[in-house]
Design a protein around this ligand. Structure first.
Ligand SMILES: [Fe+2]
Length: 383
């Protein structure tokens, strides 16, 4: 047997005003009591008021779990699940970016399967579909609103674990660009780079297929056309909407084809330096793509064509240089600026070699090659 199975959430509302679609969904699904999962900052932000206004109009009572921190851990997931059970809720509403959405997805598995999230870290470890999660996305980047992945950090050994489970796909995703207009530029840039890196890695991954290829190329083109405009004009609704699409398409893509070396190094950098995920992957993206020009020149060239470089014979080199310029224009910090030291290059390379996302990288690199990629990034050497 050599077939492909696709995973994506059953319903997804995208565009200005899509937050209102929660009303119809909760009615149709007969949902009666929500546990909102968010962080302390968003709990008092206008986006939270927008969500609770919709719930009040729909007559849905709710409780709030606002203790999500960035890079959430298993204990946070278990606490959210315990509050859900204690308050007799029947669905979660995640409000935020990747961290609150991942916590809600994990807690939904615990609520439906019992025990603790630790039992379900890995690949498809659950028996039952998670309880319904509505994901209200407040950033355009992680794609968590549409993926079957959740990422948890182990604070004792400073490692991140990416779990895959189709039972944690959300029941309903909302990406409303009107909720993102006041997002700080630094967050817009980092999450946008995360979306672009998902598009690149999903297109290059060994498990790519026609479904993920189309989504990846479309996503890369959208980020290329919209991200810098969004940074220069934060209230540009069309560009924000394009970024919502880009993040979702890239999320659909990598959830079905996998990631690769950009994330292998990026995830592990986060275990060494306190750097936001989007920055961590963004700063390695051009160097990994340049490395991939040896093994998969055609596919890197395709990404260039998707970004407007029409001469395919030189599009691969052009898109690598172009993404480097985008990263600079988006003010993504350099490796030195995030506090990384040259002494840590061998350790980071060794850690990246053990990262599970490397399994779907187009080639299995030698540790020396990974060290060279990191060294080039450290030296800003993209010649
Ligand atoms: Fe990512």
């Amino acid at each position: 047997m050599n077939y492909t199975e696709l995973f994506y959430p059953p319903r997804f509302a995208v565009g200005p005003g899509s937050i209102q679609a929660i009303t119809d969904f909760t009615k149709e699904a007969n949902l009666t009591c929500a546990l909102i999962v968010t962080d302390a900052f968003l709990a008092s932000a206008p986006v939270m008021a927008a969500v609770t206004d919709v719930l009040k109009k729909a007559g849905i009572p709710y409780y709030v779990f606002d203790r999500v921190i960035s890079n959430p851990d298993a204990a946070t997931v278990d606490r959210a699940a315990a509050l859900y059970t204690e308050k007799k809720c029947d669905h979660f509403i995640a409000v935020g970016g990747g961290s609150p959405i991942d916590v809600a997805k994990g807690a939904s598995l615990v609520a439906a399967n019992g025990g603790a999230i630790q039992h379900y870290i890995g690949v498809n470890r659950t028996v039952h579909q998670g309880v319904p999660v509505i994901a209200v996305n407040t950033t355009a980047g992680t794609g968590s609103e549409v993926t079957r992945a959740f990422v948890l950090t182990n604070r004792e050994n400073h490692t991140k674990a990416v779990s895959l489970d189709h039972h944690c796909l959300v029941a309903f995703a909302v990406s409303d660009p009107q909720l993102m207009l006041d997002l700080p530029g630094e967050v817009t840039a980092a999450t946008g780079m995360d979306a672009l890196s998902h598009a690149v890695e999903a297109y290059c991954a060994v498990n790519h297929n026609p479904f993920t290829d189309g989504l990846s190329l479309q996503s890369a083109g959208l980020v290329n056309g919209a991200l810098l405009t969004t940074l220069h004009e934060p209230y540009h609704l069309d560009s924000r909407t394009d970024m919502c699409w880009a993040a979702a398409l890239a999320g659909y893509a990598f959830s079905n084809s996998g990631l690769g070396l950009i994330h292998s190094i990026g995830f592990q950098l986060e275990n060494i330096c306190p750097v936001p995920h989007g920055q961590a992957v963004g700063l390695f993206m051009p160097y990994v793509m340049d490395f991939h020009r040896q093994a998969i020149p055609e596919r890197i060239a395709d990404l260039g064509v998707a970004c407007g470089f029409t001469d395919k014979s030189i599009a691969a080199k052009q898109v690598v240089a172009h993404f480097y310029e985008m990263i600079t224009a988006a003010k993504i910090p350099t490796l030195r600026e995030v506090g990384f030291r040259a002494d840590d290059i061998p350790a980071l390379a060794a850690m990246a070699m053990e990262d599970p996302t490397l399994a779907t990288n187009p080639v299995q690199p030698a540790v020396e090659e990974v060290e060279e990629i990191i060294t080039r990034a450290y030296c800003n050497d993209l010649q």
